[in-house]
Design a binder for this molecule. Sequence first.
Ligand SMILES: Nc1ncnc2c1ncn2[C@@H]1O[C@H](COP(=O)(O)OP(=O)(O)O)[C@@H](O)[C@H]1O
Ligand SMILES: [Mg+2]
Length: 275
Amino acid sequence: MGVLDIRNVVKIYPGHGPADEPVKALADISFTVGQDEFCSVLGHSGCGKTTLLNIIAGFDDATLGTIHLDGRPIGRPGWERAMIFQDYALFPWLTVLGNVAFGLEMKRVPAEARARLAQRQIELVGLSGFEHRYPHQLSGGMRQRVAIARALAVDPAVLLMDEPFAALDAQNRSMLQDEMVRIFMEQRKTMVLVTHSIEEAIKLSDRIIVMTRRPGRVKANIEVDMPRPRREESPEFVALKARIRDLIHDEFDLSELPGAAAPFAATPAVGASPA
Ligand SMILES: Nc1ncnc2c1ncn2[C@@H]1O[C@H](COP(=O)(O)OP(=O)(O)O)[C@@H](O)[C@H]1O
Ligand SMILES: [Mg+2]
């Protein structure tokens, strides 16, 4: 369960109106995420990460290519592909318990089992005692824990996460990353995380897909075989971080920096004002 196979996926957004050029977001993406594997998709902003995740979730269609989950082509959005967004997307009118039980209701799980399963997930994400709070009564980190519990409660085949920690401050982000490692170790599941943080990808992943700039392609497919939890100071961590940073820096086009006239314009013109 939970083998995700992405083959030659291309996405071209049509232009909006006669003057608008179509946008090629994904060029030709192929990779496989194994059962109970944690896979991160890492790349610069705008390289097509959200586009890819939305296609996997079924919110959008690929222009070309196929995606199979356990040998079956993916279709419309469904509970077997749960998604966690950056901005929590909780229902403000439901309590923590209500939010976590919501997907189970959709899945027509009977009330008694629903309460039990929801409670278990709330415990797993460390929110026992907060069942009857509403989202506005929680911190950003706690809200994202609710979103994780809600997504996992339906027991999806794959959990999709689009920069789920990006809106948190550095300390909370780091804490929730550690929590995610613990949750993954306790409840193994195929997970796909989209991120632009190299450290986050290394902390969490069995596999890291490094993307090129737009239109996104797979620049590198790296298997990470390090015991968890991983220490950022460890030599393996530092070495992998340097390797990935080099890969990603290759993708940085200096000509696109604001104020840069040309990639190799090293000598400023006489009398040029400082940038
Ligand atoms: N609905 C859309 N219509 C047209 N272009 C889009 C649309 N959504 C995203 N794009 C473009 O596709 C590219 C990839 O976007 P996105 O997948 O959001 O990147 P990322 O998540 O890696 O930052 C960007 O250039 C973006 O402007
Ligand atoms: Mg994005």
